[in-house]
Design a protein around this ligand. Sequence first.
Ligand code: FE2
Length: 346
Amino acid sequence: MHQPPKETPERRAFYDRIDKKNLTPLWTVMGALITPEPRSNCRPAVWRFDEIREAMVEAGGLITAREAERRVLILENPGLRGESKITTSLYAGIQLVLPGEVAPAHRHTQSALRFVLEGSGAFTAVSGEKTVMEFGDFVITPPMAWHDHGNETDAPMFWLDGLDIPLVSFLDASFAEGMDEDQQPVTRMAGQSYAEFGHNLMPVDAPRSGHVSPIFNYPYARSRETLEALRKGGAPDPCHGWKLRYTNPIDGGWAMPTIGTCIQLLPDGSTTPYRSTDATVFACAEGKGRSHVGDTVLEWGARDVVVVPSWQPVVHEADGDAVLFSYSDRPVQEKLGLWRERRGNA
Ligand SMILES: [Fe+2]
């Protein structure tokens, strides 16, 4: 690995002279720029839903969803405080919509996902179509798609928001706008996109490409029954249990262009060590257990959120069956030829 050459008075004087011309030598910083393995400030961490929930309920008394636009508490990685990031490239937050509230319509270039943690029956509207959300549903809002949320039930609704905010700001590609109305006009039947694309069928003239899935709500009931069916079909993967990616039915790729999303069933016991270059956010849907990330042990239960940084070995240990939803920047790394994994201790 490259060690910076010794600094001499002549060299120092030279660096100071060229500094005034916005120039700097590569040889003093190369070892920190081009590292033999990923080096990140992102740290392994866990957030307990019960603690977040308590803070969210307090936030509910302090600010309305309309005033906040989105009433969200950001899950900030302890190694990246002040940067609104859960990993170097991705954002996570917990959103609360109280009974009778609306989170007004807006749109932005950032892609967003929701994973429902508590409540039943609140809605998200995306591009003129409403979808009712249930526990464990995975909902997409594509780049520049109008979206608003509302809760016409009598109980609060909480969900995990995952966005590519850090990635989009790194690329200086953020655009956003609001609508004059709180709620966008509804132009399509509720559930139309799932009817069209959710059953291994699609409209005969549907386009053959598209960088976002036309399905924007992947119901938990369907993913859960699929995992259960797979269990009957054969042994689990030693690193992942039974793990499935949410796909775009148009091309079989990831459901979202920048964020890869998965659901997995872990049987009782420990997985084999695994590492990959995509730092991953896990939300526990069911069960309990712990993740060993290097020397760190993160205990989790239902609705807790865990982050595993890039290239740190992880072993998941479930006490009985556990179901984990997860997301990472894997689609971006794959498109750029950067993604790597290592299975086992090799
Ligand atoms: Fe949004």
